[in-house]
Structure formats: C-alpha cells, structure tokens
Write a protein that binds this ligand. Structure first.
Ligand SMILES: [Zn+2]
Length: 105
C-alpha cells in the first residue's frame, strides 16, 4: 500500500510531520474498515482519501525532484532506479484513490 511506503520515505528522509500524518491515516483506514458499512463511513472515507492523495503526492514530488530516496546514505547503489519504480507505483495508487474518491463523493 502506497501509504505505508510513503510513511517509510517520509521517516527515512527526516520528515516527522508527514510521517505522523501518514501513520494517522493508516490507523484511521484500519478502524474505518472495522466500522459498520451502513454508518457514517462515506464522509470519513472521503476525507481520508483526500488526505491520502495529498500526502502521497507530496512524497512523490520529493522523490521526483531527487530530494528523497529510499536510502539517503550518499552512495549510489541502485536506489534511484528503485525510487523511480516506487514513485510509479504510488502514482498508480493515487489514480486509484482518485477513482474511489469520485465514486464516494
Ligand atoms: Zn545506501
């Protein structure tokens, strides 16, 4: 899931605010999944989806500009290729979240 991956990037690249926010979202999603589907699930889901899209895009833009990497050790050992792949996967998840958002609204 892109959220967990995004949280890992934010943590590795010293952005505790984004890390905390992503972890909160993961927790919210977990508890939302346990709630009764007939309850006030839809409005909660829309808010979560919006936040998830925003945060994942934040992480993608850092990866795209090269400021965030899966391994910021300073050595080049192929992490850039991996970063590109992860960013692509995250973009796919953002598209999916947008589709869910369109249905939920
Ligand atoms: Zn490294």
């Amino acid at each position: 899931m892109a959220l967990a991956q995004a949280a890992k990037y934010a943590s590795t690249n010293s952005d505790p605010r984004t890390t905390d926010h992503l972890l909160d979202l993961i927790t919210e999603l977990g508890s939302a999944a346990l709630e009764d589907p007939d309850s006030a699930e839809a409005p909660l889901a829309v808010g979560i989806l919006d936040e998830a899209v925003q945060l994942i895009e934040h992480v993608i833009s850092h990866i795209a500009e090269g400021s965030w990497t899966l391994c910021p050790c300073g050595e080049d050992h192929g992490q850039q290729a991996l970063d590109t792949k992860v960013a692509e996967t995250m973009r796919g998840d953002v598209d999916l979240l947008r589709q869910l958002r369109a249905k939920a609204a």
